[in-house]
Design a protein around this ligand. Structure first.
Ligand code: SAM
Length: 503
């Protein structure tokens, strides 16, 4: 390992994932729901991703926000090469990747930014590097600009942190490439589970972590656990670090975390509301939820909407269904348990959205309720994944989205699937399964028998459909199942993909 790594894992690439919370359209809505002004996704903005990995989030967002400029850097040149290759193939002209370290980026001549995002970085680098990141934010963020930052936090990690320590102490002693260390660490943790350790008895969350570790792949395990640095923060520590760059906490970047009534009891919400300091309120929330990971949005200059602006933004902000109406159940199983949506409030909104996208003002009229009730209802429906913000302005990113989507679908055809496509009207990427991407490819080729064409593609890749966790071996059965999926694709998925500007 050479010096430039600062003990960060570089001999195994990070996974390629898209993180929807980084999308300006979602950041803006999250902030709006807490009455904080953020730059609009439809405006012309500059964006910077610090430690962009393979660059999928930056590339996807650049494709569906073609009016804006995207800058991103990572000190691992393999990551930057992967990111640049995708940008080049998709013909994206508004992305700029650099193989910079945090220190290099501080020296680079970059424009002032409206959005700076760092996902999966701050907990995993040294104090010195954290300070460089804060300096970068201080240097580059415009007044009114927003920062997205994620990190591992306390108190949620308190019971489990010792297991990470023990596991990495073992791993460093095994030596060799990081993939070998990960394998050895998994076996070691497996072995520990067989022993009658009081630690596991007294810390059930650590026992669960030990069980779950076995399912993680080497890329994730290496970057999550095997770096020299691994820091846990209270949310108040992060607020203090970013306050030093003149930033204030705006809201969470997670929709579920912002929908307080879904995650917290009435009594807890009332108790938290008694605290006047937002940092204290967030800290209390972390204890209420035993939070272990946070995604926060900070702003440089926290401005509330003036009443006249709220009216305007409510008329301009539109929402659409994010799943077929038939899939919108009123009882939802979520990561925070079962959520029950009162039918008298939510069913009419869902029915109306099934007809067409609606503005917040229109939803408020439909509910015959004040605007803040409409915003709360949309926060809840977005948090459970039923609705999404949509841009009804002229579709400026249609061309870049199409070329990006062609690349993604082509990669799926070569057995390198990414389960997303970009949506020009949603200004973000949306989940689209590998099979649906095969249906899209078959349509682009004007195949007369879609299911048959999809089966040919799957067969050439040695793939078959799965049922109850088992591969369906028989060709005829695959075709029958694909015929059924074709009906759902044409009737339910395609109309949504068209509304969103995917197709
Ligand atoms: C866990 S990955 C997250 C990647 C990306 N943000 C994502 O969420 O997919 C952390 C990234 O930070 C990069 N990194 C770590 N230390 C760095 C440094 N000092 N300068 C620049 N990049 C760094 C790593 O190469 C890695 O790609």
């Amino acid at each position: 390992m050479s010096d430039w790594t600062h003990g960060y894992v570089t001999d195994i690439e990070y996974t390629s994932n898209f993180y929807p919370e980084l999308a300006p359209i979602l950041m803006h809505f999250n902030a709006l729901s807490k009455n904080v002004v953020l730059p609009k996704a439809s405006s012309v903005f500059n964006w910077l991703e610090i430690g962009c990995g393979n660059g999928l989030s930056t590339n996807a967002l650049a494709a569906c926000n073609s009016q804006s400029e995207f800058y991103a850097f990572d000190f691992n040149p393999v990551h930057v090469l992967n990111a640049q290759r995708m940008a080049d193939e998709a013909g994206l002209k508004n992305v700029h990747f650099f193989d910079d370290s945090f220190a290099d980026a501080l020296q680079r001549d970059l424009p002032m930014m409206d959005f700076i995002v760092l996902h999966g970085i701050y907990s995993w680098v040294s104090k010195e590097n954290q300070s460089l990141i804060v300096q970068l934010v201080q240097k580059l963020l415009k007044p009114g600009g927003a920062v997205y930052i994620s990190y591992n936090c306390l108190p949620g990690w308190s019971g489990k942190a010792p297991l990470r320590h023990l596991m990495t102490q073992f791993a460093v002693r095994t030596g060799g490439p990081v993939a070998d260390k990960v394998r050895a660490a998994k076996q070691f943790v497996n072995e520990l589970q067989g022993l009658n350790l009081s630690y596991f008895k007294d810390n059930p969350s650590a026992k669960k972590m030990a069980e779950r570790l076995q399912a993680h792949d080497a890329h994730y395990m290496a970057h999550e656990y095997m770096n020299a640095d691994w820091n846990l923060f209270y949310s108040s520590d992060i607020a203090a670090d970013l306050n030093s760059a003149k930033l204030s906490f705006a809201c969470s970047a997670g929709l579920l975390e912002n929908a307080d009534e879904l995650g917290l009891s009435k009594e807890t919400i009332q108790r938290i509301a008694q605290e006047s300091d937002p940092t204290m309120r967030e800290l209390l929330k972390d204890f209420a939820k035993n939070q272990q990971f946070r995604r926060d949005i900070f702003v440089k200059g926290k401005r509330k909407y003036a009443p006249v602006e709220v009216e305007k933004i409510a008329r301009e902000s539109h929402f659409t269904l994010f799943v077929p109406r038939s899939s919108c159940m009123l009882t939802v199983q979520s990561s925070i348990g079962e959520i029950i949506l009162p039918g008298e409030v939510y069913a009419p909104i869902l029915d109306a959205l099934a007809q067409q996208p609606l503005s917040l003002s229109a939803i408020s009229e439909l509910m015959q309720a004040p605007l803040h009730s409409a915003i709360n209802a949309i926060v809840v429906l977005s948090a459970v994944g039923y609705v999404h913000a949509i841009d009804i302005d002229p579709d400026l990113s249609a061309t870049t989205c199409l070329s990006f989507n062609k690349i993604v679908v082509q990669r799926a055809l070569y057995g390198e699937p990414m389960a997303i496509l970009v949506a020009s009207r949603l200004r973000t990427a949306v989940p689209v399964s590998e099979i649906d991407q095969f249906f899209i490819a078959a349509q682009w080729e004007n195949a007369s028998d879609l299911a048959g064409a999809v089966w040919q593609k799957m067969r050439s890749l040695g793939k078959s459909l799965m049922r109850d966790g088992q591969a369906i071996k028989d060709e005829h059965e695959n075709l029958i199942e694909l015929k059924q999926r074709e009906i759902v694709f044409l009737k339910e998925t395609m109309p949504l993909l068209k509304t969103w500007g995917v197709l």
